[in-house]
Design a protein around this ligand. Sequence first.
Ligand SMILES: Nc1ncnc2c1ncn2[C@@H]1O[C@H](COP(=O)(O)OP(=O)(O)OP(=O)(O)O)[C@@H](O)[C@H]1O
Length: 292
Amino acid sequence: MSTIARDPLGTGRVPVGPGMSMFDPMFIGIDEFGEHVTLDVVFHNLLIAGEPGGGKSGLINIAAATAALSENTRLVCFDAKLVELGPWRDISDAFVGPDLDEAISVLRRLLTVAINRYQWLLANRRRKVGRYDGLSTILTVIDEIAMFSTVLGTEAQQKEFSTLLRGLVSLGRACGMPVIGASQRTSWDIIPASLRDLFGYRCAFRCTTTGSSDVILGSGWAELGYSASDINPENRGAAYLLTEGGTPRRIKAAYLSDDDIYNIADYADWMRRPSGITVPATSRTSEWQMAA
Ligand SMILES: Nc1ncnc2c1ncn2[C@@H]1O[C@H](COP(=O)(O)OP(=O)(O)OP(=O)(O)O)[C@@H](O)[C@H]1O
C-alpha cells in the first residue's frame, strides 16, 4: 500500500508538480471570440481598475495564483483590506496590510533589489533578465492603490509611497520585478497619466463614465468606441484590456472562487516547502538577497 506523505487538497492522490513559469504566457480569460487571452507578465506591469464589484479581485487572484504555482517566483502583496490577497500571505515574501510605514519600507527594499539587479545586468552585458538567469521573478501585487496613496498615513507618507511605486513600476519590468496594481477609484488623482503610462497592460472593468474608462485605458479610447462604461453591470468579470501598441479588447476574466483560491494557496504553500515536490522560490526570508 502506498503512503501519501501530505495531501493538502484531500483528493487522496499525490499531486503532480505543475512546472509553471512566469516566463510562460499567463492565462487570464477569454476574448469575445472565445480565444484564450494571455499576458506576458514578467516584462509588463498590469493596471487593473473599475468600479466596485466589477471583477478586479478576481483577476488579481488569477495572477497571484499563477505566481504562487510558478517556479522560482516570489510574491509581495499589499492589501490594506487584508482579505483580498490574504490567502497568499503565507507564501509571500512580504504581506503589507493597512500600514503605510511598512508599505514604504517594503517598496524601498524592492527598489534596492531592482537597482542591484540592474548592476548585475550591466556587469553581465545584458539589458534584461532571462528565463535561465536563475534570478527569481518578484511579483508585487497591490490591491487598492488609493488606500496607500490617499487614505492611510500622512500626506508626506502618501507622497513618498506614490514616488516609490512609480520608481518600482518604471524599474521593475526589465529586471523580473513586475507590478500588478488595482484601483477602485478611476480618477486622475489616484491614477495620474504619468503612473498609468508606465503600465504596459491596462485592464478596465466596468466604469460609470467614459471619462473614468479613459483614465485607465488612456485618453481618446472612449471616443473611438472603447469604453468600459458600456459594460453591463451584471456582466461581472468583463473588461477592456489594452496591451502595448494594440487597441482595447473585450475580455471575460477567468474566475476562481474563494475555495479555489484557498486550495491553490495551500497547495502552493505545500509545494514551496523544502520537503515538497518542487521548491519554486528560494525559501522565504525577511531579507531579500542582493539579486535573487
Ligand atoms: N470573471 C468573473 N466571472 C464571473 N463572475 C465574476 C467574475 N469576476 C467577479 N465575478 C463576480 O463578481 C463579484 C465581485 O467580484 P470582485 O470582488 O472581483 O470585484 P471587485 O471589482 O474586486 O470589487 P471590489 O472593488 O469591491 O473589491 C464576485 O464575488 C463574483 O461573484
